[in-house]
Design a protein around this ligand. Structure first.
Ligand code: KPL
Length: 293
């Protein structure tokens, strides 16, 4: 299969690295990572160790059977426009936040929703570290059976990725949103690793943010209990205790965060009924405005 990974950050590089063991993979990203892969291949380290040689480019190729989108949520509309040129048969979002599938579907035909719990870090150009083996779940964004998801899952599994087709993606996406809405801004504002949310006031803030997300999910017709959202958050905090969340990394690096697609998306749907998400959104946006000052 011709697989295109759009976004050669840590997750895109890891998934692309796995896929390149079985398929023809094009990894679209930025230099110096892309140049280093062209020069010496992509070294996958950590929980699995191998070197692969995906095609690495800064622009999209002419065609692809399956496109995996791994860019930050604020780059999704641009990803959709760039991918429209190569018109992939199936496009799958493996991103944080709400609204990515809609943004891609504005430009592309068959778009799937996806979640990924593999952990990854990019220590240097040309290298990616697998910090935790997880799973990828794919399915139709509105739920229900999907032949495209079956096909994509088969391709990922043949490359050694633990992948599954979920016909209940809306609930899975909202549960993931609850986890990210609790962990990401709280760790980013406090400047701590995920494990610091195991107890105490930071746990209480993150759990309340997750509870609010569950309430909004139910208003949108998705049956997510508050207890389930908090249990999911606590289990991710435990499993990723030594990780620095993506938003904490962004704030530390002074780069744009995904606050709009995570907590901001919850606020957009419920406003004053989600005071914790509203406060976290305002605080992270204020931090972003203060970069460089
Ligand atoms: O998805 C994540 C992120 O950092 O964006 C979690 C699950 C919180 C792991 O760090």
């Amino acid at each position: 299969m011709e697989i295109l990974v759009f976004g050669a950050g840590s997750l895109g590089s890891l998934v692309g690295g796995f896929c390149a063991r079985e398929h023809h993979v094009t990894l679209v990203g930025r230099d110096p990572h892309v140049a280093a892969i062209r020069e010496s291949g992509l070294a996958v380290e950590g929980a699995v160790e191998f070197t692969t040689h995906p095609e690495a480019r800064t622009t999209v190729p002419d065609s692809a059977d399956l496109a995996l989108v791994t860019v930050k949520s604020f780059d999704t509309p641009a990803a959709g426009r760039a991918l429209a040129d190569c018109d992939p048969e199936i496009t799958c979002s493996l991103q944080n936040g709400l609204g990515n599938e809609e943004a891609l579907a504005a430009q592309l035909d068959t778009v799937l929703a996806g979640t990924c719990t593999y952990g990854a870090r990019r220590p240097a150009p040309g290298r990616v570290e697998c910090t935790g083996i997880g799973e990828i779940a794919l399915g139709a964004p509105d739920g229900g059976p999907s032949a495209a998801a079956e096909r994509a899952v088969k391709a990922l599994r043949s490359a050694g990725i633990d992948a599954m087709h979920d016909d209940g993606m809306p609930k899975r996406l909202w549960r993931k949103l609850a986890v990210n809405a609790g962990i990401n801004p709280t760790t980013a504002l406090a400047g701590v690793e995920n494990g610091a949310l195991a107890d105490g006031p930071l746990h209480d803030i993150a759990s309340e943010a997750a509870r609010e997300v569950a309430r909004v999910a139910r208003e949108q017709g998705v049956d997510l209990a508050e207890s389930e959202a908090v249990a999911a958050l606590e289990s991710v905090v435990e499993a990723t205790a030594r990780n620095t969340s993506s938003m904490a990394q962004d704030v530390e690096a002074g780069t744009k965060t995904e606050i709009d697609a995570i907590n901001g998306a919850v606020v957009d749907r419920a406003d004053d009924r989600v005071p914790v998400n509203r406060t976290l959104t305002a605080l992270v946006r204020a931090r972003e405005r203060g970069y460089g000052s």
